[in-house]
Design a protein around this ligand. Structure first.
Ligand code: TEU
Length: 557
């Protein structure tokens, strides 16, 4: 049996630092807070963590607007705090990944300030363009194209200082770097090297599909308009108004990813130690997503692109056949020998209990942890945290504030999935001793918190722990898979490898009970033993499964 590299079957935990643990009582999570809770990761059994950005930032997009890529944001601590966190995590055998945000910087960064002032060497650090003339009104300035920002409005913003527009595919305060400028690429490599030299194990790489835009040189000297989507409900400069043909998924962007992979592999050769990894983020269709792994000429890219299928393709409305289709699509489109990954949430999307049904939480966790490849856990999922309620008055997410109003903000807001972690049933769920927290603590924390779940005989956390331990089975780390629907309600996942124990998972994703014929589950030898079941299940670990049929309650796994 081949020895796997550390990342190939790891449990990867996403920390949202602002909401994890506050050590200095200001209502905001910080690095020392994370360091103080490293035991939690050991307890949960995770192998690696990635942290949303911890760098100096005006916090318009809570760290995704970086003003200095080489410094730690003051609310999160100091460089010493970071070094200490990294050292202690490594002592515990935990890998640490940072969030690398190459698409844009903050408009408060030195890069942008210098670029806006046309300082030598920085003029072309960002995507600048002249205003278009308005044939109807000579004093009017039109943006260079109809491109739309992800957070609503035009993707172009006028700079009075420079008397040109600059591109921002996200917030106005997040100008897009110009990747056609080699100096930008050099600087980003320098940033990666700085953190690798500090000892980090790799990066989650942010917002890749937006890295490149069409080159005016190919379009008669001007930025081409994106085609209109033709959907009448969209206003100009509303997301969906255009099809992002010239702004997203451009084929040239992959070459940059492949260059980064070469850099990081070379770094490993030069410095030795364990593999440094790149996990890429981006929402795209399946073929564009798979190109992040590498191309047909054999170029390698990210170690894996995050798989958002459980987040975007499935919901409480999905049936068992939708689940099997979605799972198999990733596994069959993936390049041969590549490593898969699974996740049910992150800091940008509603939490799983809101998108699925509450009674499916353990089944989703099991699916995540039992499928081949890497299992990603977003902080709080191990205890089944739900979205928190955040009123319009308390809303701080830039996307909600820019795209929504007091009636519509909920459909855009990313605040509900970012509310503080529930450690215990004390004030602020044990997250902070300050009287207020940056986002309100969800009011269900007395019911759902880690301390309680460690005590309770059955809990989401205990299910999580059992499954993580089960991952050590050879059938799970190295085995083959079978995924099939038995009915519209229930599907199964089998993991098996030669003479090792076979692991079978059955999951009824419907809101009705379902009775299935066990003979139809390939590789299942009866009698079988229950290792773990959903907390709502009538079955317990150690129970025997036998007989002709098996009835699963709604949501039971
Ligand atoms: O998100 C990239 C991305 O594709 C977003 O459009 C995402 O779909 C959106 O937030 C959903 O509401 C990354 C980060 O994960 C996100 O937090 C940042 O705001 C964004 O990049 C800009 O850095």
């Amino acid at each position: 049996i081949i020895e796997l590299d550390w990342w190939e079957h790891c449990v990867l935990y996403q920390i949202y630092p602002r909401s994890f643990k506050d050590s200095d009582a200001d209502g905001i999570g910080d690095l020392k807070g994370i360091t103080s809770e490293l035991e939690h990761f050991k307890e949960a059994g995770v192998d690696a963590m990635w942290m949303s950005p911890i760098f100096e930032s005006p916090m318009v997009d809570f760290g995704y607007d970086i003003s200095n890529f080489y410094r730690i944001h003051h609310e999160y601590g100091t460089m010493e705090d970071f070094d200490d966190l990294l050292k202690k995590a490594h002592e515990l055998g935990l890998k640490v990944l940072l969030d690398f945000v190459p698409n844009h910087a903050s408009n408060q960064s030195d890069y942008f300030i210098r670029s806006e002032a046309r300082e030598e060497g920085y003029e072309d650090f960002f995507v600048w363009a002249d205003a278009l003339e308005d044939p109807d009104n000579a004093s009017n300035r039109l943006p260079p194209s109809n491109w739309v920002s992800q957070f609503g409005g035009s993707a172009w913003e006028w700079s009075e200082a420079r008397r040109q527009f600059y591109l921002h595919q996200f917030a106005i305060e997040q100008p897009d770097f110009n990747f056609r400028n080699p100096a930008v690429k050099d600087e980003l490599i320098k940033i990666m090297k700085f953190w690798l030299d500090k000892g980090v194990d790799g990066f989650r790489v942010d917002a890749l599909p937006y890295m490149m835009e069409a080159d005016p040189a190919d379009h008669g000297g001007r930025y081409p308009d994106d085609p209109l989507s033709g959907l009448a409900q969209f206003e100009p400069h509303q997301l969906g108004y255009t099809i992002p043909l010239y702004t997203k998924d451009l084929i040239e962007l992959y070459d940059i990813v492949y260059e980064w992979r070469e850099f990081i592999d070379q770094y490993l050769k030069d410095n030795k130690g364990s593999t440094r990894v790149l996990f890429s983020e981006g929402y795209a269709n399946v073929s564009m997503t798979m190109l992040y792994y590498g191309n047909e000429e054999g170029k390698l890219g990210a170690h894996f692109p995050f798989n958002f299928d459980f987040v975007k393709e499935l919901s409480y409305e999905s049936n068992a056949r939708d689940f099997t289709y979605t799972i198999l699509r990733w596994l069959t489109y993936m390049p041969a020998k590549a490593v898969a990954n699974w996740q049910t949430g992150n800091h940008d999307n509603n939490r799983a209990p809101s998108r699925f049904r509450e009674n499916m939480v353990d089944g989703l966790t099991a699916l995540n942890l039992l499928l081949p490849g890497v299992a990603v856990t977003y902080q709080g999922e191990e205890i089944g945290m739900r979205d928190g309620f955040v009123s319009w008055e308390d809303t701080v997410d830039v996307e909600a504030l820019r795209r929504g109003n007091n009636e519509t903000y909920m459909q855009y807001s990313r605040d509900p999935c970012r509310t503080p972690y529930h450690w215990n049933n004390s004030t602020n769920a044990g997250f902070s001793t300050h009287n207020s927290t940056w986002l309100p603590v969800a009011d269900d924390y007395k019911e759902i918190n880690l301390a309680k779940q460690m005590e309770d005989a059955r809990s989401h956390f205990k299910v999580y722990q059992t499954l993580v331990k089960l991952r050590k089975e050879k059938a799970l780390s190295h085995g083959e898979y079978l995924v099939r629907a038995l009915s519209d309600r229930t599907f199964y996942l089998v993991r098996y490898l030669r003479t090792f124990d076979t692991v079978v998972m059955l999951f009824n994703v419907a809101d009705q009970p379902d009775t299935v014929v066990l003979r139809r589950v390939l590789k299942l030898d009866l009698p079988a033993t229950v290792v773990v079941a959903s907390i709502h299940s009538t079955r317990l670990a150690g129970d025997t499964i036998e007989g002709e049929n098996l009835t699963l309650a709604a949501g039971e796994a």
